[in-house]
Write a protein that binds this ligand. Structure first.
Ligand SMILES: Nc1nc2c(c(=O)[nH]1)N[C@H]1C(S)=C(S)[C@@H](COP(=O)(O)O)O[C@H]1N2
Ligand SMILES: [Mo]
Length: 335
């Protein structure tokens, strides 16, 4: 395996894919070395990960690490350059930890994500509260490289590891009344300082929702990993939603409850500012936010000298796959 150690290459030359694939190869290598009975420690030393990767000390339970290592290769269809790990894990929106982009990376490590349970409720034949491990049993994880477009007009390209939400939905046997899904984030102020803040305007817990056909779409993903590893807490560990054709605020993090409902559920940002943020939140360059245009986006990494501004695509570039879901809808009205 002839891969330069990423730490030996000046950062200006690092292509994110190189790091990514080096890491994947390393994980595969470590697995086979372990199987041969050779010391894994020695293998780890010779293929040390770059500092910024080990900075985020993501330790998941053994069952999850094993499931991640067995994940199949990218099923995404895009050729965009993957955003470097340190940007995906260092520039976050997660108001449970504060309003600054660096708050989540600084504070989310205290969150206890193991054990973790998810309540399945509402219009299903088989409701219950399930340990994450049981929820994921028998599910084959896949790498999925998708664009993420935040409503604030920045974007990145993220190599998630996860699976189609549809797979999970079918297990619980939704009733004929199940028209929507309502998701809820953990509420645990002791570990989420933003939930205690007097300056917070959010009515905790954070909530999101999808229409059933959106939830069943094969692109709609529940992610448990990032860059082949356990999802860092700042990115919504241990379980977060990914809906690549919608604005980032739909990608609810650290999910503890999924309820099947007959009526459209209330969602955090549309409750807070209904004129600015809708339930649908489909990426649309033609429908401006009341305070800014959505025609363009700043693709990370982005700096003062190289802002890296690119045009925003309808449905974030996934129109071919998802436009039919909205064929009879006025996208200006249902934003
Ligand atoms: N619980 C919760 N989920 C959340 C948020 C949040 O503040 N709390 N922010 C959302 C927003 S606005 C965006 S853009 C994405 C950012 O995900 P990332 O930090 O993994 O890039 O998470 C979304 N999910
Ligand atoms: Mo966002």
């Amino acid at each position: 395996m002839l891969i330069k150690r990423p730490s030996d290459i000046p950062s200006s030359e690092i292509t994110p894919e190189a790091i990514y694939h080096a890491r994947r190869d390393f994980m595969r290598g470590a697995m086979s070395v372990a199987a041969l009975g050779v010391g894994v420690a020695a293998a780890s030393n010779s293929m040390a990960a770059p500092a910024h990767v080990t900075d985020v000390d993501v330790k998941g339970p053994a069952w999850l690490t094993q499931q991640l290592a067995a994940a199949s290769a990218n099923k995404g269809v895009i050729t965009d350059t993957i955003t470097p790990y340190e940007h995906i894990t260092g520039y976050n929106n997660f108001y449970e930890y504060g309003y600054n982009k660096t708050d989540p990376a600084e504070k989310a490590h205290v969150l206890t994500t193991n054990p973790w349970t998810v309540e399945i409720a509402g219009e299903v034949a088989k409701p219950g509260t399930f340990a994450l491990e049981d929820l994921l049993k028998g599910i084959a994880l896949e790498e999925r490289v998708y664009r993420l477009r935040c409503v604030e007009a920045w974007s990145m390209v993220v190599p998630w590891v996860g699976f189609s939400l549809a797979e999970l939905i079918q297990r619980f046997e939704p009733t004929s009344k199940a028209k929507y899904l309502a998701f809820t984030t953990l509420e645990r102020p002791a570990e989420m300082p933003g939930q205690k803040s007097r300056f917070s305007t959010i009515d905790w817990p954070y909530r999101e929702g999808l229409r059933m056909d959106e939830a069943m779409h094969p692109l709609t993903t529940l992610a448990v990993g990032l860059y082949g590893k356990v999802l860092p807490n700042q990115n919504g560990a241990p379980l977060r939603l990914v809906v690549p054709w919608k604005y980032g605020f739909k990608y609810i993090k650290s999910i503890v409850k999924i309820e099947f409902t007959e009526k459209q559920p209330k969602t955090t940002w549309s409750m807070l500012a209904p004129d600015e943020y809708g339930f649908y939140a489909n990426v649309n360059p033609q429908v401006s936010h009341p305070r800014w245009s959505q025609a363009e986006e700043r693709r990370l990494p982005s700096g003062l000298l190289k802002p890296n501004i690119i045009p925003t695509q309808l449905f974030n570039g996934y129109a071919e796959q998802v436009a039919h879901l909205y064929k009879d809808m006025d996208l200006r009205k249902f934003y």
